[in-house]
Design a protein around this ligand. Structure first.
Ligand code: SF4
Length: 657
């Protein structure tokens, strides 16, 4: 199988793409990776749209997308554009089209770019499984061609660019029937439209493969690149995004896992981060993700090329490992909290890693984000740890301290190769790529107690760690591995995005049996500040595991970023639903602003809360609507009722302190 999807798996190189001119702000080639976002104001509100566009431009947006659900909104784009120009803003505008070719044809004559969704440009979604044979499938393609050609010709004539934007949640019935709900289906959906464009010698295309499932999203972009090359189609620029990423921390982590993973491999020419927040909050996140690569190539230490890629980059398979206690094999990836900077850990301090001590009951309770291990370096804990929590200490301190079943040593590879005493069940070994010598690999092969803790100081961190995993796999070493990353004096926002990228990028390919976000590089600070940092890193670790779909520890919200079609205040509603349901571990709830795209976009959700009219909500169980028009003031109660009917509701528990 051809596994090639990027210029290099070891060296930072951007994929060479075709340059597409979009209203004087070119995308692709050697041009910077561009930032963009989408307005949420009603497109018919010209001044409101203009003012929001200006806020977005000031926040860093280089292109702005505006929804055009019908001809009247498409026509109003001219007023928005004129008013922006009058105020001195020449940002290229992009019309967002779903279901309405006639609106696209109007918009393409007015503004710089049109986004079409191949899943619904010429198809009405019926959620029916229709069997197509080659003949009926071809007839469908001919129908699409006829419907799509006028837009292609208008774009060509007016120098308008086009994004062919596939969404995992809105694939056509035709694609679903032949390829299923898969990355290949997403890719084929775009290829059908690209082939039509190329047959007309129209090449001003940008392509996206969005999904709210980060694994599906990453696989689809990679497969797209591979298929474009294989078919000899043009190397079109890529627009990266994770759809319905949600809000706040979860939305940022999920975006970084998906987008960052691709940026690491040099894929992506423009980024849109979709958050359920004001659109001007999105650009700084996109910019922070992109800016990390400006000097990457110069700062990175060289990594030797990879001869054999032992994973399938287009499909998720977890690396095969042996089980060492609760690590590796089928165990969920574990979280190790770094407490090494605390010298006198007390019962109450463990609250920062999800283990709450109740003085009243004289016992510990664990919340859903309870760390599995704590690393205390040379300051072993002096009291009995709560059930289920284990400790890792440096080897020399482990030798001196009282031995216990739940206290494990962390060795260097030199210590590992020596014949010193060991823990009977788990021994952690810290290693960089240079430590993985043939002698170490040989010893690891037959060791049923070893767990590697892989780390690096290379700027090109994720690819170097990935190479460590490849070396283990190519040498048939099946010990579980913890991914350790640490960051110096970065802002907490940067740590959140960088750690999500570095660790998420490995987890997405099934690499990694645990995560430890280290504190060693951080400057000295007060104990209270340390505890806050540890708490934040612990939450971040669980967030990354969830965003990479490897360990579910909280409710997942798939909420749309809202746009001019939105029928209720998404931020407020999401906050209200979250408040009542955020203890439902592993349940996925879609919160969508409109019925037009909402049900399609929340393909992955277990339950859906979708706006259908003013103060009217439709509730979904999976993809099936179960309550068509519930008054908004009762909708959350009815949603909970639905979850209750499925026996998935549990009452929230308040942990005693
Ligand atoms: S689902 Fe949300 S973002 Fe998408 S079109 Fe509807 S309101 Fe707009």
């Amino acid at each position: 199988m051809n596994k090639s999807y990027c210029p290099s798996l070891t060296e930072y190189k951007r994929r060479k793409t075709r340059v597409v001119n979009i209203g004087g702000v070119p995308m692709g080639g050697d041009y910077p990776i561009r930032v963009q976002s989408m307005t949420t104001v009603d497109t018919m509100d010209t001044l409101g749209s203009v003012e929001q566009c200006i806020r977005m431009i000031e926040a860093g947006c280089e292109y702005i997308r505006i929804t055009a659900p019908s001809i009247k909104e498409a026509e109003n784009l001219k007023n928005i554009k004129d008013e922006l120009n009058r105020r001195g803003y020449n940002v290229p505008l992009v019309a967002d089209i779903h279901f309405t070719p006639n609106a696209a044809e109007v918009a393409a004559r007015i503004i710089e770019k049109v986004r079409v969704n191949p899943g619904n440009y010429a198809d009405k979604k019926k959620f029916e499984v229709i069997e197509y044979n080659d003949e009926t499938y071809q007839a469908e393609l001919d129908r699409i061609r006829e419907r799509f050609l006028p837009l292609v010709r208008i774009c060509k004539e007016h120098g308008t660019a086009m994004r062919i934007g596939t969404n995992h949640g809105s694939l056509s019935d035709r694609i679903l029937s032949r390829y299923g709900d898969t990355p290949l289906g997403m890719v084929e959906s775009a290829l059908e439209f690209i082939r039509i464009c190329e047959s007309e010698s129209y090449y001003d295309l940008v392509i996206s493969m969005k999904a709210s499932n980060t694994q599906v999203m990453v696989q689809a972009y990679r497969l797209l690149v591979q298929k474009l090359d294989e078919e000899g189609l043009q190397p079109y620029p890529l627009h990266l995004g994770v759809t319905e990423a949600g809000e706040a921390e979860d939305g940022r982590i999920k975006s970084a896992v998906g987008i960052g993973t691709l940026l690491e491999d040099g894929l992506g020419d423009t980024v849109r981060v979709s958050l359920t927040e004001a659109p001007e909050a999105e650009a700084p996140v996109a910019k922070a993700l992109i800016d990390r690569y400006i000097h990457r190539a110069e700062k990175a230490q060289p990594i030797k090329p990879i001869c054999n890629v032992p994973i399938d980059p287009f499909q998720y398979h977890r690396r095969a490992t042996i089980e060492v206690e609760n690590l590796g094999a089928q165990n969920v990836p574990r979280v190790i909290a770094d407490l090494s900077r605390l010298t006198d850990v007390q019962y109450a301090d463990l609250k920062s890693v999800g283990h709450l001590y109740s003085m009243l009951l004289d016992k510990f309770n664990m919340n859903d984000l309870g760390a599995d291990y704590i690393y205390t370096a040379d300051n072993p804990i002096t009291f009995m740890l709560p059930n289920g929590l284990k400790e890792i200490v440096n080897y020399s301190s482990w030798q001196k301290a009282e031995h216990s079943e739940h206290r494990h040593p962390l060795l260097t590879t030199e210590q590992y190769l020596s014949d010193q005493p060991r823990h009977a069940k788990i021994n952690f070994i810290m290693a960089t790529i240079n430590d993985l010598t043939s002698e170490v690999l040989e010893k690891l092969k037959t060791d049923g107690t070893a767990v590697l803790m892989l780390h690096t100081t290379n700027e090109h961190a994720m690819p170097e760690l990935r190479k460590c995993f490849f070396r283990l796999m190519n040498n048939d070493v099946q010990v579980p591995c913890i991914i350790k990353r640490e960051y110096g004096q970065l802002t907490s926002d940067e740590v959140q995005l960088y750690a999500s990228t570095d660790v998420g990028g490995l987890l997405i390919d099934g690499l990694g049996d645990g995560i430890m976000l280290g504190t060693e590089l951080l400057p000295e600070q007060e104990k209270g500040v340390w505890l806050q940092t540890i708490d934040a890193l612990n939450k971040l670790s669980f967030g990354i595991l969830q965003a990479a779909r490897t360990r579910m520890s909280k409710t997942e919200y798939i909420s749309c970023p809202s746009c001019g079609r939105t029928l209720f205040d998404l931020q407020e509603t999401t906050a209200m639903i979250r408040k009542r349901t955020d203890h439902l571990k592993g349940v996925k709830i879609g919160i969508m602003g409109c019925i037009v795209n909402g049900p399609g976009e929340m393909a992955d959700a277990d339950y859906g809360y979708v706006g259908v009219g003013k103060d009217k909500i439709a509730l979904y169980r999976g993809q099936t609507v179960v309550k068509k028009s519930v008054p908004a003031d009762r909708a959350v109660d009815e949603l909970i009722e639905l979850i209750r009917e499925d026996a998935r509701w549990i009452e929230p528990v308040v942990l005693e302190e």
